[in-house]
Design a protein around this ligand. Structure first.
Ligand SMILES: *Cc1c(COP(=O)(O)O)cnc(C)c1O
Length: 398
């Protein structure tokens, strides 16, 4: 039997690519809206969406057009000079958030690196040299050395000891733990509004407000990692709006890019401790990526996509809860906006994903016993129903 086209590409990956990522055997060649197609022409509903990146779905005309136009006009100039799309995106983000300033990099990890540098500088200037950042267990902040140290999950860290010092980890959703960990070395608290990579962990409604109050009392920066929750994912433009708090610093990436690589950190005027010469980037904020991010964010805001997400949340969670009542091995359903997880009573994620792929559905195995849903924010109720139907087939074979 001759090998499928996908099989041929996978053999090339095995031979040439660094084997650092666990992949599923799906070679995606094309996407449109909430669907993608593999190298053999098989169609899938995409509930991964580039890991919560493709918030307007695949090949959205607003993004494609912005990229094509910008590519024919100007790609990259270096930040030694000013470019217009960068400034349009900066204005749009600041005018639609509680933050006053923004810096553009190329990824979520890089956005967090910038925020962590800002926290160190802030501590030096305002807290007598304080440099520690309190972060949460089960958090995820990236794969660079500083963000690996910030991430509160040992399995991302063990191979890379010794870690960069200056991070203290406490339980998520536990304000007292933050209070107990605060010392005169503490400069900032860094948490996600909802933990994504850690398994879609949703805190108590008043958690962030209470953290905010503590940071205010102690003069600490509250830094929110909104790389996954930002740009509509939770049903508001930014996750902090769901919880009635304003961070001093916020990081963005994933959904900000609509498919192109971009990250950002934003801060209140009074928190922007970095000064000329402290930070920079060759590619960060270049004309191509910021033109795409501007077009996507403008579309997202003008068409109230976060409002659509809020309206779709009960539908998705309702359908997932129906599955829970049908399959006894589903132990939990949780979610906010269009970020959700199904938890199983044993480690069957891998098997569920394999079955789901066969049924034409892409999902993320967020934990050995949990799968994550992060479809495009433009997904329709009919597409959710179709995806749930395919998932039901996959679960029925367990
Ligand atoms: C994905 C993610 C990151 C890392 O982003 P990269 O672009 O992969 O570097 C950081 N923080 C959170 C909350 C994330 O979900």
């Amino acid at each position: 039997m001759s090998m499928s086209k996908s099989g041929e590409w996978i053999a090339i990956e095995n031979k040439y690519y660094a084997q650092t990522v666990r992949r599923q055997p799906v070679v995606i060649v094309k996407g449109e809206g909430s669907r993608v197609w593999d190298a053999d022409g098989k169609e899938y509903l995409d509930f991964v969406a580039g890991w919560a990146v493709d918030n307007l779905g695949h090949s959205h005309p607003a993004i494609t057009q912005a990229i094509v136009e910008q590519a024919g006009t100007l790609l990259q100039t270096s930040n030694q000079f000013y470019t217009v799309p960068q400034l349009q995106l900066a204005e749009l983000l600041v005018e639609n958030s509680c933050l006053d300033r923004v810096f553009f990099g190329n990824s979520g990890a890089e956005a967090n690196e910038g925020a962590l540098k800002l926290a160190r500088r802030y501590g030096k200037l305002n807290r007598d040299g304080a440099y520690e950042v309190i972060t949460a267990f089960s958090s995820f902040h990236g794969r660079t050395m500083a963000t690996v140290a910030a991430t509160g999950q040992p399995h991302y860290q063990e191979a890379f000891q010794p870690l960069q010092p200056g991070f203290v980890h406490v339980d998520f959703n536990d304000v007292e733990a933050i209070m107990n960990a605060t010392t005169d070395r503490t400069a900032a608290v860094l948490v996600e509004p909802v933990q994504g990579e850690g398994g879609v962990n949703i805190p108590a409604d008043d958690y962030l407000q209470r953290v905010r109050e503590w940071c205010d009392r102690q003069g600490l920066l509250l830094m929110l990692d909104e790389v996954q929750t930002g740009l509509g994912r939770l049903g508001s433009l930014f996750g902090y709006q769901e919880y009635g708090v304003e961070p001093d610093v916020m990081t963005l990436a994933k959904g900000l890019g609509y498919g192109v690589p971009i990250g950002a950190f934003m801060s209140k005027e009074g928190a922007m401790a970095l000064v000329p010469g402290d930070h920079g980037s060759t590619f960060g904020g270049n004309a191509l990526t910021t033109a795409a991010a501007y077009a996507g964010t403008k579309f997202l805001i003008d068409n109230d996509i976060p409002g659509q997400v809020k309206a779709m949340e009960p539908h998705l969670l309702g359908r997932l809860n129906e599955l829970k009542s049908r399959f006894s091995f589903i132990s939990d359903v949780r979610g906010k906006g269009l970020l959700a997880a199904l938890e199983f009573d044993s480690d069957i994620s891998g098997q569920v994903l394999t079955n789901a792929n066969a049924a034409g559905l892409l999902l993320n195995g967020v934990k050995p016993n949990a799968i994550r849903f992060m479809p495009p924010l433009t997904i329709t109720a009919a597409e959710i129903d179709e995806g749930i139907g395919r998932l039901e087939q996959a679960l029925a074979q367990i």
